[in-house]
Design a protein around this ligand. Structure first.
Ligand code: MLT
Ligand code: MN
Ligand code: ZN
Length: 305
């Protein structure tokens, strides 16, 4: 589309939670359908969103472990000039979870871009020597402060807003604080020409202040990890509730489905765990979401604002 016809264009590179869908070692009900090739489900890679305002420069929101394949599948992200080039101008990180940062290792071939995150997320990367493959003279680390809009391109700002959550799973100790709003996990607000998109793949609790921020967005991509808080326990694949993992469930009291009725913009679930029955077309859970006007992200989905 020609420049000027939209303020923001977003492409879902991946829509699954950590592990992807189907997950390599899983045969839960939904994964079993996927392994069988049942047409009611489609495979999904691990979550990431690509955003642009001019189709030239792109900003990635999180870098999924599947990023190499995601770039190969999305021609907008292919190099356009010899010998080396990338339209990926920046990567914004919402947390240091494995499924949000390991894709950075796909971007290590001395290509300049900006890496934007809150201090706690940069700290995790700095402490982990493997991320030094992103040469400091090529990849500019930008530490933004929470709630401070940062001009990431001409006329485009990103703002990181902490969401209730915890340290990454691989850094958890005995009893991690579960509702920290210290910036270990955040949502991204992208603004361009009066339009606003929110990307919140991890959120343990929908607080009134977060809900009112999301209420100002024209489109909200939100944590759709689990339909039911105890879904992984019930499926026999885990011992933790969604809330304990840092993910507010879709259903039930205090769930996102109930809270989202008040939001006016487009609402789209992403970061969907492979156990979540909303992955199955025609399921009661999927209908419960769709009848409330909430969409379910899929790889390749585009949103134009
Ligand atoms: C999560 O979203 O809870 C994390 O991605 C867990 C993980 O490390 O897979
Ligand atoms: Mn995750
Ligand atoms: Zn599964």
């Amino acid at each position: 589309m020609a420049r000027g016809l939209h303020a923001l264009r977003a492409v879902v590179l991946g829509s699954a939670a950590g592990g992807g869908f189907p997950q390599w070692n899983c045969r839960c009900a939904a994964c079993a359908l996927a392994w069988k090739g049942d047409p009611r489900v489609v495979a999904r890679t691990q979550s990431s969103l690509a955003v642009t305002t001019d189709d030239q420069a792109w900003v990635l929101l999180n870098a999924s472990p599947d990023l190499g394949a995601q770039i190969r599948a999305q021609s907008d992200l292919w190099p356009r000039e010899a010998p080396r080039h990338s339209p990926i101008a920046a990567v914004v990180l919402t947390s240091a979870e494995v499924d949000h940062v390991t894709g950075l290792l796909h971007l290590r071939e001395r290509q300049p871009f900006r890496l934007v995150a809150l201090q706690p997320v940069h700290d995790v990367l700095e402490k982990n020597g493997i991320f030094d493959v992103l040469a400091h003279d090529m990849v500019e680390r930008i530490i933004v402060r929470q709630h401070q809009p940062f001009a990431i391109a001409a006329g485009v700002t990103v703002e990181l807003t902490p969401t209730p959550g915890k340290v990454p799973l691989f850094m958890e100790e005995e009893d991690p604080a579960l509702a920290s709003e210290g910036g270990e996990t955040a949502g991204v607000l992208v603004r361009s020409r009066g339009r606003q998109l929110a990307y919140v793949p991890g959120c343990a609790d929908l607080t009134p202040s977060l809900l009112s921020e999301l209420g100002r967005a024209d489109a909200v991509f939100f944590d759709g990890t689990l339909f039911t808080d105890d879904e992984m326990i019930a499926a026999g694949v885990g011992a933790k509730t969604g809330r304990r993992m840092g993910h507010v469930p879709i259903s039930g009291a205090g769930g996102s489905l109930e809270a989202f009725c008040t939001l006016k913009g487009r609402k789209i679930y992403t970061h969907i765990n492979n156990t979540n029955p909303i992955l199955v077309e025609g399921s009661a859970e999927r209908r419960a979401v769709e009848t409330r006007g909430i969409e379910i992200a899929y790889d390749g989905m585009e949103v134009r604002l």
